[in-house]
Design a binder for this molecule. Structure first.
Ligand SMILES: *Cc1c(COP(=O)(O)O)cnc(C)c1O
Length: 398
């Protein structure tokens, strides 16, 4: 069918009558792009159905692509409702802003993803919202921090960089008993919905950096918030809408494309990381300790074993305190396959140094040596071990 003949080509190109045949089907979820969404009538425009996802109103409130991604993520974790955000960090801040008001307090584990602390310290504080940190490995420490002003408690398992796996059931129980008014939020990026069942452990909501395993490419930023409770979803969704947290259709489609391989990639990176962790644990004295929750002796290993069936592809090597930080830097720079860079969950293995004692802890650090966080990618495990082994030989010779 050709364009209308009774209007200019400019109009004809925009208001073209051609409609492709119905019934197209392929493995791909279509990339539906929109700011504007057309309504069939003024009455339809006036009825605001975006919250229950029964209609399309504006790109920000969802398209077939983002609704589909939300539903698949809900299935992954056994949640009912999912919201997408432009990054994992914006998912975190959305939760804080939806659930906290002036005069409230939020609790964070001392080993939390550090930008979460920075948000509390620099943004929440300006709005009269206080925060306290607790030692996630001591439910007593959480109990002491709880009070009537605490409206939100964050959990993370394992802890960022230092990988301690907390007793999640005990932490959840402690909050429920001592602060029933508080919402329990878990940063479940590490577990990715695969390592353990967060909602069965009793948390109210989870957030994910889809940036990591779900996208799997190291090439985009996205976050999600998941919950089961309808009223909680509405609170989160209204703030999400007022903050204007939209995601791009191409990025949503890229995550949809990666999701079918998520369990395979996660299992592969997990298996590879466990072999590397066991190998690294035998590299004393240069490597003093390997922090990886599936490794016996790693902090919280027994808690990991009691709730988890998998372990992601992350570990942290604590070097002997006698090895100067500059030599550790040289070790990292000498690696051929491990690249230097933030984030994790992509195909390329990554290494990043941390000075544990100075940066990571408010409640005191048990780590003395330089820490090197490894994100294991999808390369051959033997090649990665050979790369690390050569690096340690160079370090010893230096
Ligand atoms: C990466 C990460 C985030 C933040 O995700 P971005 O998409 O980088 O903003 C939050 N929490 C954890 C545990 C992370 O690893």
């Amino acid at each position: 069918m050709s364009a209308k003949k009774d209007c200019s080509p400019a109009t004809g190109l925009i208001h073209h009558p051609y409609r492709p045949p119905e019934g197209f089907a392929s493995p791909a979820v279509p990339v539906c792009k929109a700011s504007t969404v057309f309504f069939p009538s003024v009455a339809a425009l006036r009825s605001q159905h975006w919250l229950d996802k029964q209609a399309y109103t504006y790109g920000l409130h969802g398209t077939p692509t983002t609704f589909t991604l939300e539903e698949r993520l809900a299935t992954l974790e056994g949640a009912k409702h999912v919201l997408l955000a432009p990054s994992g960090l914006s998912a975190l801040t959305n939760v804080n802003m939806a659930l906290l008001s002036s005069g409230d307090a939020v609790l964070l584990p001392d080993n939390v993803y550090n930008p979460s602390k920075e948000f509390a310290r620099h943004e929440l504080a300006r709005w009269g919202i206080s925060h306290k940190v607790y030692d996630a490995m001591q439910p007593e420490s959480l109990l002491q921090a709880l009070g009537p002003d605490v409206k939100l408690v964050w959990l993370e398992a394992p802890g960022s960089v230092t990988m301690e796996f907390p007793d999640l059931p005990a932490l959840v129980r402690t909050v429920r008993e001592a602060a029933p008014q508080a919402v329990i939020a878990l940063d479940n990026t590490w577990g990715a919905g695969l390592a353990f069942d967060a909602f069965e452990l009793g948390v109210d909501l989870t957030i994910h950096a889809l940036t990591k395993y779900p996208s799997g490419g190291g090439d985009l930023l996205m976050g999600s918030i998941a919950c089961r409770d309808q009223a909680l979803y509405q609170r989160l969704a209204m703030t999400h809408s007022r903050l204007g947290l939209g995601v791009g259709a191409n990025d949503a489609e890229a995550v949809l494309r990666a999701l079918p391989t998520l369990p395979l990639r996660y299992a592969s990176q997990d298996a590879s990381a466990r072999r590397i962790a066991e190998w690294a644990a035998g590299q004393r004295p240069l490597i003093r300790r390997v922090l990886h929750p599936a490794l016996p002796g790693s902090p919280g290993h027994e808690h990991w074993a009691s709730v988890c069936r998998a372990a992601a592809g992350l570990m942290t090597l604590e070097f002997d305190p006698a090895v100067e930080p500059a030599r550790v830097d040289a070790f990292i720079e000498g690696l051929a396959l491990f690249r230097i860079g933030w984030s994790w969950g992509g195909p390329v293995s990554l290494a990043v140094p941390y000075q544990a004692s100075t940066r990571l802890r408010q409640l005191g650090s048990p780590y003395a040596g330089t820490l090197v966080r490894l994100s294991i990618g999808l390369e051959g495990t033997d090649d990665l071990i050979a790369d690390l082994a050569l690096g340690l030989q160079r370090l010893q010779a230096a």
